[in-house]
Design a protein around this ligand. Sequence first.
Ligand code: GUN
Ligand code: ZN
Length: 429
Amino acid sequence: MTKRIALRGDLLDFTAEPDWGVTESPAVRFRPDHWLLIEDGRIAAVQAEAPGDDWPREDHAGRLILPGFIDTHVHSPQLDVIGSYGSELLDWLNTYTFPAERRYADPELAASGAALFLAALLAHGTTAAVVFPTVHKVSADALFAGAAERGMRLIAGKVLMDRHAPDGLRDDVVQAEADCRELIARWHGRDRLAYAVTVRFAPTSTPAQLAMAGRLCAEDPTLYLQTHVAENRDEVRWVRELFPEARSYLDVYARAGLLHARSVLAHGIWLDDADRAALRESGAQIAHSPSSNLFLGSGLFDWRAAEAAGAAVTLASDVGGGTSLSMLRTMADAYKVQAMAHQRLTAWKALHASTRGAAQALSLGHEIGSLEPGHAADLCVWDWAAGPVAQQRMAVARGLHEKVFAWLTLGDERCLVTSIVNGAVRYQR
Ligand code: GUN
Ligand code: ZN
């Protein structure tokens, strides 16, 4: 039996990449008061007229319908340390993050933590994500199993770290390789899941482990690679000491065969022109994490310079360095970071990077990120405003960009009505 549902609302997505500074962009596709038809988990059609009686209807007239957000960098176990006071990256890892992640060796805790995390993503309007669990194989298993249960598009992998981490959080090259291979066989390409070779960051992997990660990537080009790069100045100095032979922090990864079209590199604040050229040539993307960069005092990422050099930039919460799973909060922070460099991020640039842009950078543009017939029905229904201040602002907003920009600046998960994943309602307010 086919499963059908038709949603009515104001449909907003993108057909191309919007340009910097352009608030009236031909890349924006706004279809007010339209119907989106979902059949067997896929978008079947988008139309102005109401569908026939053989379509069960959900009337969200006056609400916004967007593709589900894609968070390209987030740590599932770090809900336990979100909003931790008082330190920069390396201190923050040792003081808060590593102790919290150690607990994920316990399969029960890994399962309940994954369930909490995935439900929280959906309750913030994020339907797809690129995720770090912990070093423990069981934490990756729990995350993949939870995502499969919910029909989610999820990219993840067991964290690799064989040095400079406390007891209970280190692996070794041989065991790590065996664990990766087992997880890849079990999860990569199953349902909507994909495996990412997950190097935490250069300081916590020996050269031998980086080489092993590079071999895995070379063996199967459909695997993703996720890591952190050039986030914090003390971290960059440390990498220079640990890898004196490398030209730069990014070059450590390039030399190990970890820089390719499916590489997702968080942060990239402290890169130079040669690094940006290497990003362009490899097709790797930067997962810009403005909330985390502000909270940990890491620095201000120059989005425009990265893009001018041809590097792909997507948006990420980086919870628990970031302080919210909401991509609205993330976009609002991204605007403020760019404002500090006298650049202005349009609502269109921000939204595109969180939907279609991220999908394309992940080679998933055929499946997610747009309200396109044939795509998976991963989408969210949003109120335009939550509370009297936002309601008043919406009432006086003129033009679509002004309205959408005010929405993402003032809004958060309180605006979310419904999250639909693969055609199924997975969150309902
Ligand atoms: N660098 C290495 N590990 C981490 C982490 O967990 N969070 C952030 N923000 N940076 C990192
Ligand atoms: Zn991170």
